[in-house]
Design a protein. Structure first.
Length: 246
């Protein structure tokens, strides 16, 4: 019986990890782009080439979305919360027991409009402090907690590139708490006439059955984003022929 329970927990853990990975790999799983008024989006035109912007030093983050939900079920408890602000702090937390479930999500970042007549290269450096905690009890029960943190760029057509899975954990494999400082650097090309959102998205989920408890929380502090704008080499700016089969 114990071995069967371990197999069930392993299968559940693998399924949860697959779900966490899927959440971090698809823009649709994060829902539609957060709407940011035109006057709050940074306009990037030809004069931006050779310059840089540092957030939140030069301007506040203009994307700070949060949502949560909770379902206590017939006899359980559930709590979900989420928050994010323009100063570089975001968090989401969930807790449930006895058949309850809950989820929380945040997105924090920067939205820009490309108003140059030629492509512009944006080189991004993200630095932040990350703290996370998750657990499910009893360890032999069927409660499950998951969390994911993903950095990505989404354009106005819904395409996501680049994308980085910063964290993806389940209570089966990584129960406990941890904290660290994180740095991510990447670059992308802004095409004329498109809008872009550079985002850090966090998600936590808990599910429980009778006589089990689960909790998960994720917090981002001191988020800083530096963006350097540069011209795109002429050979890279030329349209490339479509690959066969695409």
């Amino acid at each position: 019986m114990a071995s069967e329970r371990r197999v069930e927990r392993t299968i559940a853990g693998l399924a949860a990890l697959a779900l966490v990975a899927a959440l971090g790999c698809s823009g649709m799983d994060f829902g539609p782009p957060t709407r940011v008024p035109v006057d709050q989006r940074q306009a990037v035109d030809a004069s931006a080439v050779g310059s840089s912007v540092s957030l939140p030093k030069d301007r506040a983050f203009n994307v700070h979305f949060k949502q949560s939900n909770q379902n206590p079920g017939s006899d359980g408890t559930a709590r979900g919360s989420a928050d994010a602000d323009g100063a570089g702090t975001a968090a989401c937390a969930t807790e449930a027991s006895n058949g309850g479930s809950a989820a929380g999500e945040f997105q924090i970042g920067h939205a820009m409009d490309s108003r140059a007549e030629v492509p512009v290269r944006a080189a991004v450096k993200l630095t932040f402090k990350l703290a996370q905690e998750l657990d499910a009890s009893p360890r032999s029960g069927s409660g499950m907690a998951t969390l994911a943190l993903t950095a990505f760029v989404r354009d106005s057509e819904g395409r996501i590139f680049p994308k980085f899975a910063v964290e993806a954990l389940t209570s089966d494999e990584a129960a406990g708490r941890g904290s660290r400082s994180e740095t991510r650097e990447f670059a992308f090309t802004m095409e004329p006439g498109k809008s872009y959102q550079i985002l850090l998205a966090g998600q936590v989920n808990v599910t429980t059955e009778a006589d089990t408890r689960a909790m998960a929380q994720l917090e981002i502090e001191d988020l800083e984003m530096a963006i350097d704008f540069a011209s795109v080499p002429e050979e890279e700016a030329q349209p490339q022929p479509a690959s066969a089969g695409r």
